[in-house]
Design a protein around this ligand. Structure first.
Ligand SMILES: [Fe+2]
Length: 288
């Protein structure tokens, strides 16, 4: 029987008595899904798992999506997206220092099929930096003034990988982020306020770099709006910061939280993370 220990933040919980090396039975899958719905982020510490075990565990939660960055797929285990600075090339979506903007996003928001959840497993982590910040978009929506809620509910956001590539080019480490050029620049339009398919709760759904515009809006006004919205939505009080320890696995609900990586020394430290990505299974609907 798994046990759940809530974090001190508004989101997130640690899950004990569960090994991701084992295929969970139907009851355990239900418990995991129920806990994910309540907490938004689940942390599984001290996991010893092989790539195949990670894929097998993830597959019990749903169908997996491959990364569009073909060179970042793990050899012989293509469902795993390799993130970090170890191996073939640098794959990082963090700024190069604390002065730069973060890259807040929901995984695959710019894909035809978005990601409902992601599982990230820490193989190697630096002592300093390389944290992952998560922000709860239920809180972000709930705390908007009523007139701002109504305004946001009408907005259709434009998401495109060009926003990510533009961001990465601005980072000094972007030059060595050799995989960024592989992405297609197809635009996807989605409501800013989406109803969670399980809870019905409204949450904001956007990224501060990958969301490149708002339908019917001037580009500069849209960018300014997104910048202000990010300040509100990702404020400290709505965040959980995960400081990684090797062998941590973290599962999050991309329908409810957006996340961002913090900088680390890509030249002198090692960071190696494996990610599996669960396909969205429900339509992304506005509320009402
Ligand atoms: Fe991500």
């Amino acid at each position: 029987m798994i046990t759940i220990e809530k974090t001190d933040s508004v989101i997130g919980a640690r899950v004990h008595n569960l090994s991701l090396a084992d295929i969970p039975d139907a009851g355990t899958v239900n418990d995991i899904e129920a806990a994910l719905e309540i907490h938004g982020i689940l942390i599984f510490p001290e996991q010893e798992i092989t790539p195949q075990q990670m894929i097998d565990f993830s597959s019990t939660l749903g169908d997996l999506e491959l990364t569009e960055l073909e060179a970042a797929r793990l050899e012989n285990h293509e469902e795993i997206f390799v993130v970090g600075n170890v191996g073939k090339g640098l794959v990082s979506f963090s700024p190069d220092n604390d002065e730069q903007e973060l890259e807040w996003h929901s995984d695959h928001i710019h894909h035809e099929v978005a990601a409902r959840a992601s599982l990230l497993y820490a193989k190697e982590v630096p002592d300093v930096g390389g944290d992952t910040l998560f922000a709860c978009m239920y809180h972000a929506y709930d705390t908007l003034p009523e007139d701002e809620k109504r305004r946001c509910e009408k907005l259709e956001m434009i998401h495109c990988a060009s926003g990510l590539d533009h961001y990465l080019e601005k980072q000094k480490l972007g030059g060595s982020n050799s995989l960024s050029g592989e992405r297609q620049h197809k635009k996807v339009v989605r409501p800013l306020v989406r109803a969670h398919p399980l809870t019905g709760r409204p949450g904001l759904y956007f990224g501060n770099q990958v969301t490149i515009g708002i339908v019917g809006w001037d580009q500069n006004e849209a960018k300014a709006f997104i910048r202000d919205l990010t300040k509100h939505a990702c404020q400290l009080g709505f965040q959980y910061r995960h400081k990684w320890t090797a062998k941590d696995a973290v599962l999050w609900d991309n329908r409810r939280v957006i996340h961002a990586g913090t900088p680390y020394d890509v030249k002198n430290t090692r960071r190696l993370m494996y990610r599996t990505t669960l396909r969205e299974t429900a339509p992304i609907r506005s509320i009402g």
